[in-house]
Design a protein around this ligand. Structure first.
Ligand code: ZN
Length: 310
């Protein structure tokens, strides 16, 4: 684990593994004891000093830092690669996407990347000349807007959030990008689609808005526990996209003061558990208006069979 490019030199990954081992040892003994993640917290705040202290943090932001830190500790790339010349912009999408992914792996290549990182396709079209500029960027999670322009009684589904995320957006006024062909700023349309689906898909529901999280949406977003099919949000030819939920990070309270809990599906029994500070209890309903970050696992043939048995 000694790694030239890692700031933590493996210490964060070690603390995380120790924590997981303690949790599993405790679960096996059914002792009802709890595990205090002190050393893990010490290490994460060494990596990201913003997490020093006990004020409320944002769990999605925390996850980003944690994954980044764990990734650095086990990055297979040990020396900084030499920069490459700009990519040939005329390549067809499939080759361009593959080349972008290869270039990403030259600097960031780890077990964490294998599991969590997907690829997002972004298409920018000039409304004046029709020139299309396509980029392929890695993503660690997707931040989904919650459409709230409807009557509050209306049901919002995860699909509505994904539709809002992938909807064509017009960039006008100050937001106008420079068209590569016209060589001036032009009104453009922009659209996202998922090009490569990750094994673990993290979906972040944007409940907090405004500067420093001034307001919080408490809309209930209905999300499926099994067989979330993201096929229609994927770029053409991007393959397999059926997911099963395995964990939820919940937030209750206000943007400045609140409480986090989590629902987690037991890896072997399939039973859902509520993690609430020192208490872990079985639970049934895991879809609430407190859901903040959703963790989905790409269904393999094996997990499709398992979830249909549950
Ligand atoms: Zn143009």
């Amino acid at each position: 684990m000694n790694n030239n490019t890692s700031r933590m030199k493996g210490a964060l990954m070690k603390a995380y593994c120790d924590l997981l081992q303690q949790l599993w040892a405790d679960a096996r003994s059914s002792s009802g004891n709890y595990v205090s993640p002190d050393n893990f917290k010490n290490q994460i705040q060494k990596f990201a000093p913003r997490f020093v202290g006990y004020q409320q943090q944002d769990s999605q932001e925390f996850l980003r830092y944690l994954l980044q830190g764990l990734h650095e500790d086990v990055n297979r790339v040990r020396t900084k690669p030499t920069p490459l010349p700009p990519m040939d912009d005329t390549l067809p999408d499939s080759q361009k996407a593959m080349e972008c992914w290869k270039r990403y792996l030259r600097t960031d290549d780890s077990k964490i990347v294998d599991v969590f990182v997907g690829q997002l396709k972004s298409e920018l079209i000039c409304t004046h000349c029709g020139h299309t500029s396509t980029t392929f960027d890695p993503f660690w999670d997707l931040s989904l807007p919650i459409p709230n322009d409807r009557r509050s009684s209306a049901n919002i589904n995860l699909e509505d959030c994904l539709t809002a995320f992938t909807r064509e957006e017009v960039l006008d006024g100050d937001e106008m990008p420079k068209c590569e062909k016209c060589c001036v700023h032009r009104r453009c349309t922009k659209k996202f689609s998922v090009y490569k689906f990750p094994k673990i898909l993290v979906l972040h529901l944007k409940r907090f808005s405004g500067e420093r999280f001034r307001s919080r949406l408490s809309t209930l977003v209905n999300y499926p526990i099994a067989n979330l099919d993201l096929g229609r949000f994927g770029a053409s030819g991007c393959g397999h996209s059926l997911y099963n939920l395995y964990a939820v990070s919940n937030h209750t309270g206000t943007p400045t003061m609140g409480h986090y809990t989590a629902y987690v599906r037991h890896a072997f029994s399939g039973q859902w558990q509520l993690f609430d500070d020192s208490r872990v209890t079985p639970c049934r309903n895991v879809v609430t208006s407190e859901a903040y970050v959703l963790f989905y696992e790409l269904a393999t043939d094996k997990t499709v069979q398992e979830s249909s048995r549950l």
